[in-house]
Design a protein around this ligand. Structure first.
Ligand SMILES: O=P(O)(O)OC[C@H]1O[C@H](O)[C@H](O)[C@@H](O)[C@@H]1O
Length: 568
């Protein structure tokens, strides 16, 4: 396919369009009765089981999707990514997050240089520094051990680390290694988030890690200045050197901020923000909390999937299959959303993280060559852990709109509970739902079944479930640092596959810029109005009215108030 050809102009795309009619005639009830089909839709790798038999797809659909992958040059695009080519063409950058978790002896080139040695230089530095803090040999300005860490960052400098932290918080090995320590995140520029984050913390025992790829993000920099003030007002200006460290690609700005560049942990422009959890962005704060050896297992889990993605034939390649099926659901069956439903509370921050990875990567309106897309790319991701979601939005998924679901289950609970006399253990109870829901969605319940159950006729339509609602089931053997790494990489690569097929650039994010620059204008205006009484100008009627109302109602705020920090 010539690079400027849209995927939707190709024959395999048109074949899949035509194939939708055949699929619409089938029902998952019937598809699932074909055991041969179901068997061939099970894939196992490194302890993970993927079952995609509950997709509205036949073996023929799969073949057609492979033809689409071929015409989209999927294999070549994957290779280009792993070979460090500048596939993020609008920013002229390589996309090499796989290098962040490559073994020490691996060779991955970017611009003629093996980046793996740079990666390990930083990992070694993280290991050394985090061990000094954890062992108490690096102490704060008053000689006290730094037991608490606040990681300031937003977007990709927050969501991935929060997801991993939340998953590890209940893992027995991670608990053991985090004894007596706390890790908190400060993301939102809302001062309430500052208040919640520092509540109960003592600056004397706190290490603040400022995490920002660019070191220019408005929210992060204001929060960094706020916590610098919190430290300085308690311990004096010289305490910053002991209590503030940074993670960034922009070490010059780190130094300008007042953080010793020796206490800064680098990463590189070939790491996209939302793909940066395996760089110092995640590895540093997580190593402070759990120790490097636990986090190294997380990197190994991700690397296992990286290798699988690179070398496994598409028929057994978990991220490739998931990516192709997502494209099938979004672009052909017309289901724009996806629910991420982990049946473990430890994965409660998976959906928020994947929202950024997926929606910032694939929420694009033009092809990689800048041609407007005649189809919708990207998918709307949301989710909650089961069973909580069942008591919330599953009604819509069962009887309202069709939302393809990712059911994620874990064989061994991190925290098993057994009660004598109960029918099953607490984890078995949870997993009963994990196994039941996909079939409820797939089979539904017919009016005939309801009539046989003597349901009153006026309720039959209300109680009918159409079924034929697709899902995938992913079963993990356990949820330790290694498995968390595997899961992360599966989603990262699946999303890349979708973007490769749609022919978009999944690695830029121009769509976040406009709002930022308009906020700059508003910020200037708020300052001019509050300090010099200048009238609101340059905005439309609606925005002028809203800003005026806001300023009038907060006119008691002094023009130049003294520094004040949250008091809760
Ligand atoms: O790490 P930073 O440079 O502070 O960027 C933080 C975040 O802000 C931007 O708005 C981007 O949308 C995100 O992709 C990025 O992760």
């Amino acid at each position: 396919m010539a690079s400027s050809t849209l995927i939707s102009d190709t024959q395999p795309w048109k074949d899949l369009k035509a194939h939708v009619e055949d699929i619409k005639k089938s029902h998952l009830r019937d598809l699932l009765s074909n055991e041969e089909r179901s068997r061939s839709m099970l894939v196992e790798f490194d302890g993970i089981l993927l079952d995609y038999s509950r997709q509205q797809a036949t073996l023929e659909t799969r073949e057609k999707l492979f033809r689409l992958a071929e015409v989209a040059s999927l294999k070549q695009k994957i290779n280009q990514m792993y070979n460090g080519e500048h596939i993020n063409s609008t920013e002229n950058r390589a996309v090499l997050h796989v290098a962040l978790r490559a073994p020490r002896d691996a060779v991955i080139q970017s611009d003629g240089k093996n980046v793996v040695s740079d990666v390990w230089n930083v990992l070694d530095k993280i290991k050394e520094f985090s061990e000094r803090v954890r062992s108490g040999s690096w102490v704060g300005a008053t000689g006290k051990e730094l037991k608490d860490v606040v990681a300031i960052g937003i977007g990709g400098s927050f969501l991935g680390p929060l997801f991993v932290h939340t998953a590890l918080q209940t893992d027995p090995e991670a608990i053991e290694s985090a004894k007596g320590r706390q890790l908190r995140f400060l993301a939102n520029v809302d001062p309430i988030d500052v208040a919640k984050t520092i509540r109960g913390l003592n600056p004397e025992t706190t290490l603040v890690v400022v995490v920002s790829k660019t070191f220019t993000t408005a929210e992060t920099m204001l929060n960094a200045r706020t916590l610098r003030e919190w430290i300085v007002s308690a311990l004096g200006p010289s305490a910053v050197a002991k209590h503030m460290v940074a993670v960034s690609t922009n070490l010059a700005l780190v130094e300008k901020f007042g953080i010793d560049p020796n206490n800064a942990f680098a990463f590189w422009d070939w790491v996209g923000g939302r793909y940066s959890v395996c760089s110092a962005v995640g590895v540093f704060p997580l190593s402070l909390q759990y120790g490097f050896s636990v986090i190294e297992k997380f990197l190994k889990g991700a690397n296992s999937i990286d290798q699988h993605m690179y070398s496994e034939p598409f028929e057994r390649n978990i991220p490739v299959l998931l990516g192709l099926l997502s494209v099938w659901n979004v672009s052909f069956l017309g289901y724009p959303a996806r629910a991420i439903l982990p049946y473990t509370q430890a994965l409660e921050k998976l959906a928020p993280h994947i929202q950024q990875v997926s929606m910032e990567s694939n929420g694009k309106g033009v092809s990689i060559d800048g041609v407007p897309l005649p189809f919708e790319a990207g998918e709307i991701d949301f989710g909650e852990p089961g069973t909580n979601g069942q008591h919330s939005f599953y009604q819509l998924i069962h009887q309202g709109r069709v939302i393809p679901c990712d059911f994620i289950g874990v064989v061994k609970s991190q925290q098993p509970v057994y009660l004598k006399g109960e029918v099953v253990s607490n984890h078995d109870e949870l997993m009963s739902n994990f196994f039941a829901q996909p079939d409820a969605l797939a089979y539904g319940k017919t009016p005939e079944q309801l009539q046989n159950e003597n349901v009153p006729s006026h309720l039959v339509s209300h109680k009918t479930f159409s079924g034929n609602r697709p899902s995938v089931s992913i079963l993990l053997p356990s949820l330790n640092a290694y498995n968390v790494g595997q899961l992360l990489a599966i989603y990262e690569h699946r999303i890349a596959v979708e973007g490769f097929i749609w022919g978009i650039n999944s690695f830029d994010q121009w769509g976040v810029e406009l709002g930022k620059s308009l906020a700059t204008q508003v910020r200037k205006q708020l300052n001019a109005s509050r300090t010099k009484g200048e009238p609101i100008q340059g905005f439309n009627f609606s925005t002028t009215t809203l800003i005026t109302r806001y300023l009038q109602a907060s006119a008691d705020v002094p023009a130049d108030p003294p520094t004040s920090l949250p008091q809760i």
